[in-house]
Design a binder for this molecule. Structure first.
Ligand code: BTN
Length: 234
């Protein structure tokens, strides 16, 4: 699988749209990015809404065409690693990944990823909270501003995310999740926490090398979870 995929070439930038994935079409070139200053109907995982005030967040969808042998759920983790690399590089703070798709800064969710398959392509949605104030954010969410105490240039954040995600995407295309695991295993936010996933409660042990969450349920027993919504104790 030769070559690298340049993310953001071309870049479609609109002031407002329902949601950025609606600006993409699977016939477009891999790496096309749709960016909006505001979404009127932004979507999160599991049918949730994703809201941000105008010009406060990075709201982007990226058209990708990964090799068929790469499992789609891994792509959300790969994107999480790319976003975490970028935010660490920009802020100098350590960033964690909360399985399966959240990026955490100072124990608050600062970015979310949504990977959806469409006709052989994947639309990878990324929302990064950049300049929201505390009262513009949901509970348990944060922004780069709330974590660092100052405002950030959204273009600078976008450029860093696209560059670092591009590197991680190429590594994953060529070498699978093993190739990005250095940026994932060590950033596991849930590790050691008490979690409940779809009715199973235990202690999160690790994100395994296939991208699944291993939860210890006691007496030396573990379950491996492929997907789901995690509740955790602080
Ligand atoms: C989540 O954490 O639930 C995923 C959130 C993904 C939000 C981004 S913002 C850009 C793109 N457009 C959307 O409507 N959703 C994604």
């Amino acid at each position: 699988m030769p070559g690298t995929v340049k993310l953001g070439d071309p870049l479609i930038h609109v002031e407002s749209c329902r949601s950025t994935q609606a600006l993409l079409d699977p016939s477009m070139a891999e790496g096309t990015v749709a960016l909006a200053d505001f979404q009127t109907a932004g979507r999160g995982r599991l049918g949730r809404t994703w809201e941000a005030p105008p010009r406060a967040a990075v709201l982007a969808s990226i058209l990708l065409k990964p090799p068929a042998e790469r499992p789609l759920p891994q792509l959300a983790l790969v994107a999480g690693v790319g976003v975490a690399d970028a935010l660490e590089r920009l802020t100098g703070l350590s960033v964690q990944i909360k399985w399966p798709n959240d990026v955490m800064l100072r124990r608050a969710k600062v970015a979310g990823v949504l990977a959806e398959a469409h006709d052989g392509a994947v639309m990878l949605g990324i929302g990064v909270n950049v300049n929201q104030s505390r009262d513009e954010l949901p509970e348990r969410a944060g922004s780069i501003r709330t974590a660092t105490g100052r405002e950030w240039d959204r273009d600078e954040v976008l450029d860093a995310v696209l560059a670092d995600l591009g590197v991680r995407y190429d590594q994953w295309r060529e070498g699978g999740l093993d190739a990005v695991y250095d940026g994932l295993g060590s950033r596991d936010f849930l590790r050691g926490r008490t979690v409940t996933v779809d009715g199973t409660t235990g202690t999160a042990e690790l994100i395994d090398r296939d991208g699944r969450l291993r939860v210890s349920t006691g007496h030396g027993e573990s379950v491996v979870i492929e997907s789901g919504e995690v509740q955790y104790e602080r």
